[in-house]
Design a protein around this ligand. Structure first.
Ligand code: ADP
Ligand code: ZN
Length: 746
């Protein structure tokens, strides 16, 4: 009898076996979506494998097959299996990452549209598209709009007719003439969807700089000769990495292969997306979290059917069903958001390398501040470094001035956090009618509220973190669990009246600036004012010069290209340094270099003022000199000495429970089991813990952890496999999970 092993979206690390009826058999293939009875429910799963065999006792039959052709192609299926293995993650949860979001709601499975036939339950608008054929026209027979439209179609690929009409008044007639000469074909296709699908002006590619041309050449050669390769594109801020990505995609296209571009947070990079759309038009699927499930499904279908061969999106676009994948670009590869911190804790950069490797393709990791991991890859011969050492239009790197807060007093506001040098620099920038960005990585008004009587700081009742005061909303809020409450008049601990607001958040900085510079137009960019599309609106206002000073959290450090920004101020370089994390220094360095890189990208040179209590700290001092190589060298040496990644491999075992003693005991039990393993006894794997997490309590659960480190992966995996098996025998109230290559250590 035919049996199918199906990955189901349940947190169990194996596939489930079902019997396949003769009627369903022809369509039950690896990668197909099927409906399965599961404990009284019906779930949508993916067939991982089929085989002939004796049906196991109590085996249930598959209820339905959803698609005529497998939803997940074979290469993607194999990749999903690799991801599950690497992260010790349930295959069903990994498989879910590769399906369009409609499937996530298993309860609605019967309304789930088929992916290949006509859609059911989902109305998808179809419009007329036109594409150039391979036919050559006789010289001189085309004139005017027909000639222009043909040139456009050849450069840009298939385009909806309506889109052409926005630009060429006689598009319809011109297209008819072109069709008569069989220079173009018309077809009905789904309408382009999504918030980025407004018409964009096509750009004309820049003439590549020498360094860009060399990088493009190396990537293009690997693509043409089908040599699997990983490149680290180390280009200073403003060096034109995007142009390299665009040309690499063109090279992939010429080799008839698809591309995926991963960006840290797509809502923060509307400009980058616009550049891709300007070059490739509607032949780009933009996978954005602001898309409705329906829009997402449309994108997914177009990719799966091969109608579109470029996908751009945040980390989950790693799983986009791009056909014949040849190129995977990870822009700002150092960004921590590429690590998913819940569910399947995968790192999109690391898995990008794996996916392209499997596909025999090329992976391009781009950054001005490469991660230690990527730098290590180049030093161990697993990646090739390509350099863009100068800005694209030869602008100088901005000059960085360190302001030593131990020796420098307050400016005219009387607030030391706005030092005299920074105040003067802002004045000069405003006087010159240029723009400034001020970076402060604390949102809210005041990061803590202290009782004047007992001295206690107000904390969240569910988490061991201080509550932040938000003035606009007039509440205190927990940034860990989002609990909020009005700020009471009395201390929750001793009941006395008299509370003091401490510290500085972006909301207060905005207010301070508005008072100090009444003529300046100040805007703020952080999670409180801007989510989703509103980020683009704030950035548009800055670009339109409707804002003089932009204040914000790490959101302002991202790849924005704002030519009129000539001053960048860092309120405190130190906050990032004091986090209990072996990557604190790396993270602080990256933030400083990235935010500094926002200055002086136009015609006027930029300057950067960094306020710090630690001007000698290597992360601060080397960032001030833009000396990325020296920092990487030094930091790698430190990691080597301390045995931390990327020189070693690490895994974090997280344990939490509502009862503190139970959580601690469970973690201690896992530690005991780990220490009994041979690789630990022989010293190949190091176990630290059990120890309370730096944030000891979150959402009323007490958190403990074990850190495991090893010089090589195999030994570490042996211990992790034992721990994974032991998880099942912990008390029910205890949650334990394995985080391979952890990023977030709090
Ligand atoms: P990065 O991502 O490396 O910080 P961008 O890709 O944003 O840099 O490019 C910075 C600026 O330089 C952009 O305005 C871009 O249009 C411009 N640029 C890129 N390549 C060239 C080139 N070859 N000639 C002229 N300008 C260029
Ligand atoms: Zn909380």
């Amino acid at each position: 009898m035919l049996l199918a092993d199906v990955a189901l979206p349940v947190p169990i690390a194996r596939a489930f076996t079902y019997a396949v009826s003769e009627a369903l058999a022809p369509r039950v293939k690896a990668g197909a979506r099927v409906v399965c009875p599961f404990g009284g429910r019906r779930l949508v799963g993916i067939v991982m494998d089929t085989r002939e065999g004796e049906p196991p006792r109590g085996v249930k039959p598959l209820a339905r097959v959803l698609d005529d052709e497998p939803a997940v192609p074979a290469d993607l299926l194999a990749f999903l299996r690799d991801v599950a293995t690497y992260y010790f993650a349930p295959i069903g949860e990994v498989a879910r990452l590769a399906l369009p979001p409609v499937d996530r709601d298993a309860a609605q499975e019967l309304a789930a549209p088929t992916l290949f036939g006509e859609a059911r339950g989902v109305a998808i608008r179809r419009v007329r598209w036109v594409a150039a054929t391979d036919r050559l026209e006789e010289a001189g027979v085309l004139r005017g709009q027909a000639a222009a439209i043909l040139a456009h179609l050849r450069a840009a690929g298939a385009t909806p007719v309506a889109r052409l009409e926005e630009r060429w008044g006689n598009a319809r007639a011109a297209v008819a003439r072109l069709e008569e000469r069989r220079l173009v074909v018309l077809e009905e296709r789904e309408a382009p969807e999504g918030p980025f699908s407004q018409p964009t002006e096509r750009d004309s590619p820049h003439e590549a700089t020498g360094a860009q041309a060399a990088a493009i050449g190396a990537i293009g050669t690997a693509l043409r000769t089908r040599t699997p390769a990983t490149f680290l594109l180390h280009g200073v801020t403003g060096s034109g990495k995007t142009e390299v990505y665009l040309r690499a995609i063109e090279a992939a296209r010429e080799a008839r292969r698809g591309s995926i571009v991963l960006v840290p947070e797509i809502a923060l990079t509307p400009q980058l997306v616009a550049r891709f759309r300007a070059r490739f038009g509607d032949d780009v699927a933009v996978l954005h979290s602001a898309l409705t499930p329906r829009e997402r499904l449309v994108m997914w279908r177009r990719l799966r059917r091969g109608e579109v061969d470029v996908a751009i999106g945040a980390r989950s676009a790693l799983f986009a069903p791009v056909r014949a994948l040849g190129l995977l670009v990870v822009d700002e590869e150092h960004d921590p958001s590429f690590k998913q911190e819940e569910g399947v804790r995968y790192h999109a950069r690391d898995m990008a390398i794996l996916r392209t490797h499997r596909a025999g393709g090329v992976c391009v990791l781009g950054s001005a501040t490469p991660s230690l991991e990527s730098e290590h890859l180049t030093r161990t011969g697993r990646a090739t470094k390509l350099r863009l050492p100068d800005r694209a239009r030869a602008q100088p790197m901005p000059e960085v001035q360190l302001v030593d807060l131990r020796r420098t007093g307050a400016g005219p506001t009387g607030d030391r956090r706005l030092s005299l040098p920074l105040h003067r620099a802002l004045e000069a920038t405003l006087a010159a009618r240029e723009q400034a960005i001020l970076f402060l990585n604390r949102r809210g008004f005041a990061p803590s509220v202290r009782c004047e009587s007992c001295g206690k700081v107000a904390t969240c009742s569910a988490c061991s973190v201080a509550l932040t005061f938000h003035k606009g909303a007039s509440v205190v809020r927990c940034h860990t669990c989002d609990f909020e409450a009005p700020l009471g008049a009395r201390c929750a601990s001793c009941g006395a009246e008299g509370l003091t607001l401490e510290g500085l958040g972006t909301e207060k900085l905005e207010e301070t600036l508005a008072t100090a510079f009444p003529e300046a137009r100040v805007a703020r960019l952080d999670r409180d004012v801007a989510s989703g599309k509103r980020v683009a609106a704030v950035l548009d206002r800055v670009r339109a010069r409707e804002v003089d000073i932009l204040v914000g959290t790490q959101m302002v450090t991202k790849g924005h290209d704002l030519p009129a920004v000539t001053l960048v101020g860092v309120i405190s370089a130190d906050a990032a340094l004091s986090i209990p994390d072996f990557r604190a220094s790396e993270r602080a360095f990256q933030l400083l270099v990235q935010v500094a890189g926002r200055a002086g990208r136009g015609d006027v040179p930029g300057r950067v003022v960094v306020q710090t209590w630690n001007p000698e700290h290597p992360a601060v001092a080397l960032a001030a000199r833009h000396d990325v190589d020296a920092f990487l060298e030094r930091e790698l040496k430190d990691r080597q000495e301390l045995g931390y990644p990327p020189v070693s491999r690490a895994a974090l075992v997280r344990v939490d429970a509502p009862d503190e003693a139970e959580a601690r005991a469970a973690c201690a039990e896992l530690a005991r089991i780990a220490r009994a393993c041979e690789p630990v006894r022989s010293g190949d794997v190091l176990v630290q813990g059990p120890a309370p997490a730096p944030i000891a309590k979150v959402r009323n659960r007490f958190r403990f952890r074990l850190m495991l480190r090893a010089a090589e992966r195999t030994a570490l995996r042996r211990v992790l496999a034992v721990l994974e098996a032991a998880r099942g025998s912990l008390p029910r109230a205890v949650r334990a999970s394995i985080d391979v290559d952890p990023v977030q250590l709090l």
